[in-house]
Design a protein around this ligand. Structure first.
Ligand SMILES: CC(=O)N[C@H]1[C@@H](OP(=O)(O)OP(=O)(O)OC[C@H]2O[C@@H](n3ccc(=O)[nH]c3=O)[C@H](O)[C@@H]2O)O[C@H](CO)[C@@H](O)[C@@H]1O
Ligand SMILES: C=C(OP(=O)(O)O)C(=O)O
Length: 422
């Protein structure tokens, strides 16, 4: 078990490089099993979910190395098409191996419902319905999902919800489809566009990534040459830095970032009183005065306000001036950080999917429990700004998606100690 001890209050100053995106790296690493040659993926964050994905790749038979944020994968000796329960349970993105293995072997088995943070029910009904539309037989028994097909049919698949995972799984399963597959109401998240960019480098024919209509023209085979790909910057990690500066104050430059992926949060922070300047790959943020609350923030699919930044933005407005209302529309159980923020002195009330935040002057450090990845990040941000010592217990959740968080924030002046215990 990991604990982070944060000595607040902190003012954050300096420059920081934003790491590669977890939610792009995970599907890209999964998709690499389709390649006929070595793939070299750079800018891969060194986080627990990436380590787990590499374990799965090795279990399947791939030869994988991971050094200096670069993963090299040789999948020529891959022989298995089953993801055992202990791996499936580790993280949500284990479900994406279904689509990739179906393209590779026309068979796939996930021996458990995909795991990950408990932020809602997170069914996979849309993935399964879509697979069936592609002509794949899907059997479900207990939590096991077994898929097989002779070929992947083409056709139109309408998603009633623009699910990120379902969009990615359909794309992965359709690479060798007989006729064109058209996904309507596809998710538009930049991480999906990055996955498609990588697959096209491998030789797939995907058009429309980043829009609501994605078209996959089946190919007979992928190219045989080695492919390299650099993962896009993590907009949620970048957004968390922005929230940290907006909560604690002072001046930071984020480097290696795509500002256009962060429009929704930049809009709020600028209007709340942060001074922000952007260039192509950098964001400069300065916060000198207490921010103005009084906002209504609703989480939405991209390019709306991301659910993954809902928890960190709660910490920002917990200490702003005025009442801010936050509505979580994507996941049913994503307010677990609120009771912990209240322990730190925040004045927040939750009613179903709405959190009403009445900003207080200051938070005070105490012992708090991370219950999921971004909720843990929110407590971390709150701890940086709080008076005194904050102990974030179960920081293992944070390690799923933030690379060496205490080292990165120490570079900006934070004082943080990591304690590992059994
Ligand atoms: C690894 C990864 O990329 N994770 C991201 C991905 O998760 P994930 O791919 O799991 O999220 P989805 O976009 O699929 O989920 C959105 C909503 O659709 C529902 N749903 C989804 C699939 C399905 O078959 N049936 C169904 O009802 C979910 O319960 C949720 O309420 O997108 C989420 C929404 O931006 C982010 O919070 C996660 O960080
Ligand atoms: C919910 C998240 O991840 P996952 O879908 O992998 O659980 C997240 O990144 O905030």
């Amino acid at each position: 078990m990991q604990k982070l001890i944060i000595y607040g209050p902190t003012r954050l100053m300096g420059e920081i490089e934003v790491e590669g995106a977890k939610n792009a790296a995970l599907p890209i690493l999964t998709a690499s099993i389709l390649s006929n040659n070595r793939v070299i993926i750079t800018n891969v964050p060194d986080i627990v979910d990436v380590r787990h994905t590499i374990e799965i790749l090795k279990y399947l038979g791939c030869i994988v190395s991971f050094e200096n944020n670069t993963v090299v994968i040789d999948s020529s000796s891959i022989k298995r098409f089953t993801i055992p329960s202990e791996y499936a349970k580790l993280m949500r993105s284990s479900v994406l191996f279904m689509g990739a293995l179906l393209s590779k072997f026309k068979r796939a088995e996930l021996s458990n419902h995909p795991g990950g943070c408990e932020i809602g029910q997170r069914p996979i009904d849309l993935h399964i319905l879509a697979f069936r539309q592609l002509g794949i037989e899907v059997f479900e028994h207990d939590n096991r999902i077994i898929c097989r097909c002779d070929k992947i049919k083409g056709g139109e698949i309408f998603l009633p919800i623009p699910s990120v995972g379902a969009t990615e799984n359909i794309i992965l399963a359709s690479i060798f489809c007989d006729e064109e597959v058209v996904i309507k109401n596809a998710a538009k998240e930049p991480e999906i566009a990055d996955l498609c960019h990588f697959l096209n480098k491998l030789g797939a024919k995907i058009k429309g990534a980043g829009t609501h209509i994605i078209k996959i023209e089946g190919v007979k085979r992928l190219k045989s040459e080695e492919v390299a790909h650099n993962v896009i910057p993590d907009r949620i990690v970048a957004g968390t830095y922005l929230c940290a500066v907006a909560t604690c104050g002072e001046e930071v430059v984020l480097k290696s970032v795509f500002p256009r992926h962060l429009d929704s949060i930049l809009y709020i922070l600028k209007n709340a009183g942060c001074v922000i300047k952007e260039s192509k790959n950098e964001i400069w943020i300065k916060k000198e005065r207490r921010l103005k609350g009084g906002w209504r923030i609703t989480t939405h699919y991209y390019p709306g306000f991301p659910t993954d930044l809902q928890a960190p933005i709660c910490s920002v407005f917990a200490v702003a001036n005025g009442v801010t209302i936050i509505k979580e529309t994507i996941f049913e159980n994503r307010f677990k950080h609120i009771s912990e923020l209240v322990k730190m002195g925040a004045d927040i009330h939750v009613e179903k999917d709405i959190a009403v935040i009445n900003g207080v002057e200051k938070l005070k450090g105490c012992k708090v429990f991370a219950r999921d990845l971004r909720g843990g990040a929110a407590l971390f941000v709150a701890g940086l700004s709080a008076q005194g010592v904050t102990e974030v217990v179960d920081a293992d959740y944070i390690d799923r998606g933030y690379e060496k968080i205490e080292e990165k924030y120490s570079l900006l002046g934070a004082k943080i100690l990591r304690i590992k215990s059994e």
